[in-house]
Design a protein. Structure first.
Length: 83
């Protein structure tokens, strides 16, 4: 009888551990899925640095869209490229 109770306790413990591991693996998989899409980088034409497109300062000059790392670079680009 003691062996049977010990066996049931071990099976329950194994079930509990596997349940936790499977739950954690699914949350890790969700996090990795979000990381799978790399963010597009664009080059600042003024200082030549690369910045994420979604956070870049956007500006249009002569009908063409440019992306800048900061407002300061955008203003410097305007000064250099406007007559």
């Amino acid at each position: 009888m003691f062996r049977f109770i010990l066996f049931v306790v071990l099976i329950l413990a194994l079930y509990y551990v596997l349940h936790i591991l499977i739950r954690d693996m699914s949350s890790i998989r969700k996090k990795m899925k979000g990381m799978a899409d790399p963010e597009e980088l664009v080059q600042d034409p003024y200082c030549q640095t690369y910045v994420p497109k979604r956070t870049a300062v956007k500006g249009k000059v002569a009908g063409r869209r440019y992306y800048f790392c900061s407002r300061k670079c955008f203003e410097g680009f305007l000064k250099r490229n406007t007559p």
